[in-house]
Structure formats: structure tokens, C-alpha cells
Design a binder for this molecule. Structure first.
Ligand SMILES: [Zn+2]
Length: 436
């Protein structure tokens, strides 16, 4: 179902006209109200009145996560604090969090875009939405919550953690839609199985998963283990939170980004050059309706490409290919670029192992080393040593053949790798501590 027919099916020319008008307003506003942007534009030798076409967007400088940190906590807000009704923050790996503020209208917009997203995933007012994204400073929980209420569904504000209780509630309350990270979704299925329950017999029919990159193979695994349709959702707190883009259930092929609120660009992450549609690079987003903290050409670090082809669902907003990783997460092993998601795809194609894995990167002398730790499943584990050796060899060979990376493989017993209730930790890079 299309939630907002008027906007979601606008012809291209109308989308672009609306984008230009909103872009001009936003740029003028941040130039007038945010000292950071006034200086940032001046240094780049550009000003708001020079934005006469969508192409002129490319004249504006990028905004980086570091710019939010440098202006911690409220320096990038474009309205006085009296107009901010909500504050969220995303935890950085080190130091201070990144802070974002929402006006009443921003919350309204967010609810609308999450409502569109739920509808695109096939959810409706008859649904019981089991929201296992964390509630708190993280935008996932409350973002999904408001959208679910907007479509008139019954929301269960579970938040993350407390897995046994999640399973009990899901079964007893008849949850039909599950929202959580993809790794937690598989963890729930595994935990249910441990209690002798088959989650496929529950009423669940759709899962909406995001907040970490996941592969097509992981989708198959989720769909098969939970007996649901698994939908990819995209968002980041700096831009809005969840609901920046989502796959439609009709195609499950690329995430529609809501172009009446955001302008996406793809750039070469090294040179900053804008790439044509269809080419892979880093996603850059400009918000064109946000009041609290509008961001101009924000570098998301997420790697994807834009798919401008029409979609079977009838929505006209462009699609983003599912994220293949973050430019920050890209590992360079002996000069070869590889994303954890690519290794994940290889692992999912091999019989006898579990989807749980961890990559340990280290350096011996001057040589990078990659160890792939993978859990084998119960059945394989009870087999002979020789079979385990064959399995290791197979994994090593497939990773070398498909990705060009040499690695060692360590098979571990079922359920020995740490499980996460939020974002999974897939990479331990010991080189970072060596360098610093
Ligand atoms: Zn579609």
C-alpha cells in the first residue's frame, strides 16, 4: 500500500522542482542562522543566492561527522533551543556522541516518513508491531514507534535485550511485524529454537531490519528461519533516524529514498567527485525539510549506488542499492579492498556453518593477516576432524577465489562467538592499536 500517493508517486519533474525550491530555502536558512555554515560557505566561495539549479548543489562543501563533533552539542542547530522538542544522540566509538535536535515539525515529518516506510513494507493498521529497536538516545526505537502509531498499528515498545521475554511476548501477543537489527533477528530465532519453539509457527509475517549492513544471503537466512518477508530499511540519526529509505515489499530490490525530503548524491570517496547514476560510491545526503539540524551534503560513509529505473510498486522516488558497507568499515588486507558483507556472502553459500562469524585483522611483521572465525553448526561439529579440515579449506579457497583475499580460518563450536542485542561486532582490527 502507498501511504502518501500525492508525494510518493510524483513525476520526476515535479520531484525536482520541489527539491530545488526546498534546497534554496534550506541553504538560505542555514547560511542565515548557523555560523558554521556561514563560514563553511564563505571559505568555499559560495553563497545561497548562487543555488539556481539542482546541479548547483555540487558547488556547496560537504558536511562531515567531525563537523558535528566540533560543534558539540548544539552548534549546528538552526533554531533556538526553545523550538527543539526532542534530542537524540548516536554514540561514537570514541569520545562525545553526535547530537541531533528535532522541532515539532521535524517529529511530524519523521512520523510521516516512517509511516510511508511501514506501508511500503506491507504493514497496516491491523498489524501488531513488535519494536525491538532500542528506545533511548538511539533513534531506532522512537523513530519506528511514531511511524507505527501513525499507520494505526498496535505497537509493542519492546526495546532491545531481554530475549526470552521478547520471544514470550511475540508468541503470546501475536506480533505480526518485527523491527530490529538483522543480526538480532537471527539471534531471536536461535534463542526460540533453544526453548524448543519454532518461530515460523508464530504470527510474524514481515521483518523490517536495518542499522547495520547485511547481505542478500542473510536475508534468505532470515526469511527461511523466521518464515517472514525481510525488508531492508535505511536511516542514520544525523539525517533523521530510521525511515530515510526503505525497500518496498513488491520488489524487495533497492531502497526508495524519500526524495521530497532528501537529495541523494553518490561520490567517489577519495576525490569527492559526483558519480553518475548506477556507479558505486559513497552516499551523500542533503536534508531539504529539516528545521532543527539541516545538513548540507552530509557524507554518510555508506557505500551504495543510485538506481533511477522505475519500480513495479509505482513509487517514483529513486532507489538505493542495499548498502554494501561503510567506507570506514572497508578493510584493506595486503592492498586488497574487502567489505565484511562480502565475506558474509561467501560464508552464507557454504553448507554446514552458522551465520555467526567474526573477522580478526592483525599484522605480523609488515604483513596483514585476516583470520575468519566461523561457527559450525551442531551437525557438522560432531563430524570427523577430516571433515572439519575440508570445510576450513573450502572457506579459505572460496574467499581467495571470489574476493582475492588470503585468510586463515578458525572453525569454532556452535554458539561460542559473542552475540549482540544491537549491532553485531563483525571486525576486530588489531592493527589499529598497533598504529596508535
Ligand atoms: Zn518500489
Amino acid at each position: 500500500m502507498i501511504w502518501n500517493d500525492d508525494f510518493e508517486t510524483l513525476p520526476r519533474e515535479a520531484i525536482e522542482a520541489l527539491q530545488l525550491k526546498r534546497l534554496q530555502q534550506t541553504v538560505a536558512r542555514v547560511q542565515a542562522t548557523v555560523p558554521f555554515y556561514r563560514q563553511h560557505f564563505a571559505r568555499a566561495g559560495v553563497s545561497a543566492d548562487q543555488i539556481r539549479s539542482l546541479k548547483d548543489l555540487q558547488r556547496l562543501p560537504f558536511t562531515l561527522k567531525q563537523d558535528l563533533r566540533n560543534n558539540y552539542p548544539y552548534g549546528l542547530f538552526a533554531v533556538p533551543l526553545e523550538q527543539i522538542v526532542r534530542i537524540h544522540a548516536s554514540s561514537g566509538t570514541t569520545g562525545k556522541p553526535t547530537v541531533v535536535g528535532y522541532t515539532r515539525r521535524d517529529i511530524e515529518t519523521w512520523s510521516e516518513l516512517m509511516a510511508r516506510s511501514f506501508a511500503a513494507a506491507g504493514a497496516d493498521k491491523g498489524d501488531v508491531i513488535h519494536n525491538a529497536y532500542g528506545y533511548g538516545l538511539f533513534t531506532g526505537g522512537l523513530g519506528a514507534h511514531y511511524g507505527a502509531e501513525r499507520i494505526g498499528a498496535s505497537v509493542i515498545p519492546m526495546s532491545g535485550g531481554n530475549t526470552k521475554k521478547q520471544i514470550m511476548i511475540m508468541q503470546d501477543f501475536g506480533s505480526t511485524v518485527l523491527t530490529c537489527t538483522p543480526s538480532y533477528c537471527l539471534f531471536l530465532a536461535e534463542a526460540a529454537a533453544e526453548e524448543g519453539l519454532d518461530i515460523r509457527n508464530f504470527k510474524l509475517r514481515v521483518g523490517i531490519h536495518g542499522a547495520e549492513p547485511w547481505s542478500e544471503k542473510m536475508r534468505e537466512e532470515i526469511e527461511q528461519k523466521l518464515g517472514i518477508k525481510a525488508i531492508d530499511i535505511y536511516g542514520l540519526s544525523e539525517i533523521l533516524g530510521p525511515g530515510v529509505g526503505i525497500e518496498c515489499i513488491e520488489a524487495q530490490d533497492g531502497l526508495h529514498i524519500w526524495e521530497d525530503h532528501f537529495i541523494p548524491e553518490i561520490i567517489n570517496p577519495e576525490s569527492g567527485e559526483v558519480l553518475p547514476h548506477g556507479e558505486h560510491g559513497e552516499l551523500v545526503i542533503t536534508t531539504i525539510t529539516k528545521e532543527g539540524i539541516p545538513l548540507i551534503r552530509y557524507r554518510t560513509r555508506d557505500i551504495t549506488r543510485l538506481l533511477p529505473e522505475p519500480c513495479v510498486c509505482g513509487r517514483t522516488h529513486m532507489r538505493l542499492e542495499r548498502m554494501s558497507g561503510r567506507s570506514d568499515d572497508m578493510l584493506i588486507i595486503r592492498g586488497v579492498n574487502v567489505f565484511p558483507s562480502q565475506i558474509e556472502s561467501v560464508l552464507f553459500n557454504i553448507e554446514g556453518i552458522n551465520p555467526h562469524y567474526q573477522l580478526v585483522v592483525d599484522r605480523e611483521g609488515n604483513l596483514d593477516t585476516l583470520e575468519v572465525q566461523v561457527e559450525v553448526n551442531e551437525k557438522t561439529f560432531s563430524d570427523e576432524i577430516k571433515e572439519m579440515q575440508n570445510l576450513s579449506r573450502r572457506i579459505r579457497k572460496d574467499i581467495k577465489d571470489l574476493l582475492g583475499v588470503t585468510c586463515s580460518v578458525r572453525l569454532v563450536e556452535p554458539k561460542t562467538l559473542a552475540r549482540s542485542e544491537g549491532k553485531a561486532v563483525r571486525v576486530i582490527d588489531k592493527r589499529k592499536s598497533l598504529d596508535s
